[in-house]
Design a binder for this molecule. Structure first.
Ligand code: GAP
Length: 514
């Protein structure tokens, strides 16, 4: 996949719609910006990603349990967490195009352009030197690359200093100094930079009763913090232990674009791991390693992932990094790993007046635990999986196919059952096979259109196996099974189908590697 491939993103958006993965929300009313609905195939893929995450975090870890907290929380929660005062984005408007941008994103896009230049230098050098090319040495010694790296560092340092000190004038000056133009109009006529709070608010109760302003949660994590003691006590959990949750979060994103990458309503899969103070650094490294392993177990190219340390730490963190993924728009944040200290629990202690501490029997002392958080956007994971799976292939006979090479365990259907013809008892036999398999796998029965067309349809939604029932099946109880990626076909007994499909498509394959 080429970097910054807008064309690829457009193709994925179109494919996702045509094949029932993702639709624009309320499309008959022309849609609502940055909100999307998952269709019949999309919901299966999404549920499979959730299942992979949940099982690997909860089922595979004896010391991690799950919860499902409410979206609405007491308003004090968001005061305590710092979101009321500090959950802001620095925004800038272009006076000519009237478009609004996140100032830090404009600067980061500029950094990405310089990174692309480094990558181009690397590609050129790799071609020039061939086998003997030493990438690391080149990165450390080539004067042009060193110049680019220095430029990136100086931009990052200025941005970090400006954001951390809240000096928004210096952020505007950086945009002017970098000669950044509006990506839409090319204009460089910018307003000042302002802060904008991202939480959606609504009223609880009727206005006449003196309603309270409440917020739609901007992260699921706070539902975990406020339940820390409930879970610790009722689950008799001992530190270190974790609480995991999957759920919706809402942010009034100003620049919500790039399909499901940045939405106003999205889903998070978060885990808070409570540790003894002083052991936070060790566990932060542990979770960085564990999470990247989870990603790589899916078999997506390792080159598609990289770590990126946060330049500007959130108000609650003493260390933080992102796992970035090579999306069609370039490397972008997919998951955050944050060392959140004891900030949240202490803040909730202060605002609620309740103790949120752990009694350590070994040390005979109470303490407020430190927290390592892993937080991944489910929708971003969906886009990562879709975009790395999408392939347009030219076949030997000159024809073309679009195939979604999804990790088999995540595919919406594991197997399609296809009678070769709509007569001679073949549909009945196919239905009988489907009735057997459907207890273990999500199967799809199809008898319409020529068999080749049906294969193509299932390639396009990523079904790992197609099973064809023909006249020979009626005689010797065998079927043809066709594998999606190689398109290789083999004849096997019906009795072997279950074992073969399970061996390739079971989520356990991923869990064992993760
Ligand atoms: N509890 C920590 C937290 O919420 P975050 O980095 O703001 O941290 C975590 O968000 C993850 O949620 C991100 O890495 C991203 O995958 C996802 N995410 C955040 N905002 C999003 C949005 N507007 N649309 C889709 N996913 C989003």
């Amino acid at each position: 996949m080429a970097q910054n491939d807008d064309n690829l993103l457009k193709k994925i958006v179109a494919h996702a719609k045509e094949y029932g993965f993702v639709f624009p929300s309320s499309e008959i009313y022309d849609g609502l910006s940055a909100t999307y609905d998952y269709g019949q195939n999309g919901v299966e893929l999404k549920n499979n990603i959730k299942q992979y995450w949940w099982k690997s975090m909860v089922q595979m870890h004896e010391n991690i349990v799950g919860i499902d907290a409410a979206i609405f929380m007491h308003p004090k929660t968001w005061k305590a967490s710092g979101h009321v005062d500090a959950f802001n984005d620095p925004l800038i408007d272009n006076k000519d195009s009237k478009k609004r941008y996140r100032a830090d994103v404009l600067i980061e896009d500029q950094i990405a352009k310089i990174e692309n230049k480094i990558e181009k230098e690397l590609n050129k050098a790799a071609k020039r030197f061939g086998e003997s090319f030493d990438k690391d040495q080149y990165l450390e010694t080539n004067p042009r690359v060193l110049g680019y790296k220095e430029k990136i560092k100086s931009i990052e340092d200025r941005m970090k200093a400006g954001l951390e000190s809240g000096d928004l004038e210096s952020i505007k000056q950086l945009i002017l100094d970098l000669d950044i133009a509006d990506p839409v109009s090319g204009s460089k006529n910018w307003t000042d930079v302002r802060q904008f709070n991202l939480m959606f608010s609504t009223e609880l109760g009727s206005l006449a009763d003196g309603a309270n302003t409440i917020y739609l949660r901007p992260e699921t994590a706070q539902g975990i913090f406020v339940n820390f003691l409930n879970v610790q006590k009722t689950g008799r959990m001992k530190i270190p232990f974790g609480i995991a949750q999957i759920g919706k979060a809402f942010r009034n994103e100003i620049i919500a674009r790039q399909f499901i990458f940045r939405m106003r309503e999205f889903e998070q899969m978060e885990m808070q791991f409570f540790v003894k103070p002083g052991e936070d650094k060790k566990w932060y490294e542990h979770w960085k390693e564990t999470r990247i392993k989870w990603h790589k177990a899916m078999g997506i190219s390792e080159e598609s992932y990289r770590f990126h340390d946060h330049l500007q730490l959130a108000h609650y963190a003493n260390a933080a990094c992102d796992i970035e993924f090579r999306f069609p728009m370039g490397f972008k944040e997919l998951e955050g790993i944050h060392s959140r200290t004891d900030f949240d629990l202490k803040a909730h202690e202060e605002h609620s007046g309740k103790k949120l501490q752990f009694f350590d029997q070994q040390d005979n002392q109470n303490y407020v635990p430190y927290v390592i958080e892993t937080s991944i956007g489910l929708d971003r994971m969906f886009l990562a999986v879709m975009s790395s799976a999408y392939e347009e292939e030219k076949l030997e006979d000159g024809s073309e196919r679009v195939v979604l090479k999804l990790p088999a365990a995540l595919a919406p259907y594991k197997v399609a059952i296809l009678p070769l013809m709509k007569r001679d008892g073949l549909p009945e036999k196919a239905t009988e096979i489907m009735e057997e398999l459907k207890y273990d796998f999500n199967c799809h029965y199809e008898e319409k259109d020529a068999i080749g067309k049906r294969y193509r349809r299932h390639d396009a939604i990523g079904t790992p196996y197609c099973v064809t029932v023909d006249h020979q099946t009626l005689e010797d109880q065998t079927v043809t099974i066709r594998e999606r990626d190689s398109m290789a076909q083999e004849r096997i007994p019906i009795a072997d189908l279950n074992g073969k499909i399970a061996a390739y498509t079971s989520i356990n394959q991923l869990l064992k590697k993760a």
